[in-house]
Write a protein that binds this ligand. Structure first.
Ligand code: ZN
Length: 337
């Protein structure tokens, strides 16, 4: 567990945490906020290990009994509360379990650290239950709440937490770091897809997302050109995460709108697709692009509920095919010829 260094863009935050620990002024509840893939969990885990370590320096020593237990994920004074499945809420039972564990004395003298993530996924009874713990803190317990959307947490919880907001890292720093991870060539595109979050960019690269996204983009473009049939494309797409697809479509439409308004406009969401987007933008009307973007946003909201994904995508692509209304198109789809 030695080697777990602080990610370069997290260093300023680490120095603040270090100071808390060094002066024994560790907040009993700290909310760490920042977009997905910016390194909240890494930072929280490093801090937890540092607090539990018997011989801490700048970082945890990596060698003491406490560090060994931490590395083996069996430290009795380190607790992680997460949803049972990703995307599901953190339930009141999970918080009750936590409260029961906290009612026992720490196993080792020193801190007890809880990471609760994603904090905004607590349902309201879970949040109410946690609030009681936050109101009567135990001096040895440190709660680290991680979230992408602090605004989604009850004000009562927020008011009990100190806050640390992790900003999107400097672009040049992220690109340099991604190059060090062997992702130099794709760094710019990955970072744009990850909204600037470097760890998210790495995850996207591992998922082969650039290649897949390009494939989807070409199909989407061909639906507009009426070379591919919306229904068949929707059928293929329905097998894939709708969230990624609709996010990609948004980023393409937004780029098209910008290129339509200003053909040589500044950085795009999809820098690698610029030429193809430019050619497509020339063929489209601005008002139709805005109309499609509205429909896309409405569909995104619907997809959060119980809908048939394939039908929703079908409807979207049929609209895209007609809304695109390519100049020079006879109105008759090529796939019908
Ligand atoms: Zn140690």
């Amino acid at each position: 567990m030695k080697g777990a260094a602080v990610l370069p863009w997290l260093e300023p935050y680490w120095r603040r945490l270090q100071a808390y620990a060094g002066f024994e002024r560790v907040p009993q509840a700290l909310l760490i906020a920042g977009i997905a893939g910016v390194g909240k969990m890494q930072l929280a885990r490093l801090f937890a290990q540092r607090l539990l370590c018997r011989r801490p320096g700048d970082l945890a020593c990596g060698e003491c009994v406490s560090c060994q237990l931490f590395a083996a994920q069996t430290h009795p004074d380190f607790l992680v509360v997460e949803p049972a499945e990703p995307g599901k809420p953190i339930t009141v039972d999970a918080i009750r379990g936590l409260i029961a564990s906290l009612s026992l004395k720490p196993q080792y003298s020193g801190y007890r650290v809880v990471i609760l993530a994603p904090a905004h996924q607590m349902n309201s009874s879970a949040a109410n239950s946690l609030l009681k713990t936050l109101e009567e803190p135990d001096e040895h317990t440190v709660m680290l709440l991680l979230t992408e959307t602090p605004a989604a947490l009850p004000a009562t919880i927020l008011s009990r937490c100190q806050r640390m907001e992790i900003a999107v890292p400097d672009r040049a720093l992220s690109i340099r770091w991604l190059a060090e991870q062997g992702l130099g060539e794709q760094a710019e595109v990955l970072l744009a897809l990850a909204q600037g979050a470097p760890l998210r960019a790495v995850a996207l690269a591992q998922e082969g997302v650039i290649e897949r996204r390009e494939e989807f983009f070409l199909a989407w473009r061909d639906v507009a050109r009426r070379i591919q049939e919306p229904v068949l494309v929707a059928e293929k797409w329905a097998k894939y995460s709708c969230e990624a697809l609709t996010d990609w479509m948004s980023s393409w439409v937004i780029d098209l709108i910008r290129l339509r308004a200003l053909p040589n406009c500044g950085p795009l969401n999809n820098p690698d697709l610029r030429e193809s987007l430019q050619a497509t933008a020339r063929q489209l009307e601005l008002k139709n692009l805005f109309r499609f973007l509205d429909l896309l946003n409405a569909t995104k909201r619907r997809l959060l509920g119980q809908v048939n994904r394939q039908l929703a995508l079908e409807e979207l692509l049929i609209h895209w095919s007609s809304a695109a209304n390519f100049q020079g198109s006879t109105g008759k789809p090529k796939y019908h010829e």
